[in-house]
Design a protein. Sequence first.
Length: 372
Amino acid sequence: MVHFEYSVEKPLNREPELSKLVSNFITEEGYDRNHGPIPHLNASTHRVSIYGSVKNQLSLSIDDLKRLPQHTVICALQCAGNRRHTMRTKLKEVSGIDWFDGAVMNCEWTGPLLRDVLLKSGINLTKDRLKNAHVAFACFQTPCQDDEWYGASIPLSRALNPDAEVILALEMNGKELTPNHGYPVRVVTPGIAGARSVKWLDRITVQTTESTNFYQQHDYKILPPEADCAEKAKEYWSRVPAIQDMPVNSVIGLPKPDSTITRDTDGKVEVRGYALPSGEDGPVVRVEVSVDEGKTWTDAELLGAHEADAGVSLRWAWCLWRARVAIEKGNNRRIVSRATDKGGNVQEKCPKWNFRGVAYNGYGEVGGLEIV
Ligand SMILES: Nc1nc2c(c(=O)[nH]1)N[C@H]1C(S)=C(S)[C@@H](COP(=O)(O)O)O[C@H]1N2
Ligand SMILES: [Mo]
């Protein structure tokens, strides 16, 4: 069930209900994040050009992309603004859409590796320029709220690394992309903020600098706390790096906040959620839950075993988890969670405030529980 009715007129931004989101390893109904209207493109005429510091410029049709070796990756795609609501309410007001914890989806994406497309073009850069080069993605199909087009870039070295599994996705969960999610082709950058996974992709450019687009230069950056208003932020945009890798994170999806929970006969309640690794450091290896604000922790069961048994790499995926924790009866009880990934990154209690409220990864939390 996909709603297109308002999607073509104004940016569609919405997230699914959290308890539903954490009930399936593969997300069928994910969030939508758009900085402009949603174009409905014709796959038979659409082309992606490969441009910039390449040996041969290319213009590839969707059929050309389908003829390249196809690669499938399961990865979480997360908006850098995910959990902004928590930063806003816990720390201080921030600027941006009031995302709760559902601006993330875990999907199976299929398409050619960006690496293969770049190698087909050939990179035309000397070794020393290669090091800091970027590969930029552009969509010119619709104007955005803050720029005439949508664009982003990632380090070229990441795109050329076969292990990084950056792909030009033609399919999501075994079906062609929907218009909302970038039909007929979008970039998928595992481990990297969703803002770089450009939808309705028109052009790929190998270049020695980052994308000049507004959303790379003046948004999606973790500004220092001194930059506490739009005016002060101005002097920081050019000095602060664009967000690439997302930080380790976990969120509690069940029980729901402000709900009444009946304990099992052993005095325990079930807690469920998702956890995300940091950038390239996945998978998540541990999730812990605490009913006493982090004084003591109980290990959660990680629910990825089935996928891992099936030989699926969980390096870029989220991890769904479940714990049964002993908790005393009472009002206004709170439960928190924290994740650790394979790289040893441990979720912190609370990150520093930043003006745009991006990359919030404080402990997962649920409050206002009445335990009976
Ligand atoms: N062309 C284009 N690509 C885009 C965007 C956009 O507005 N236009 N939004 C970006 C952002 S900020 C995110 S978080 C993801 C959201 O992808 P989704 O709408 O498929 O969930 O797409 C990215 N790619
Ligand atoms: Mo985003």
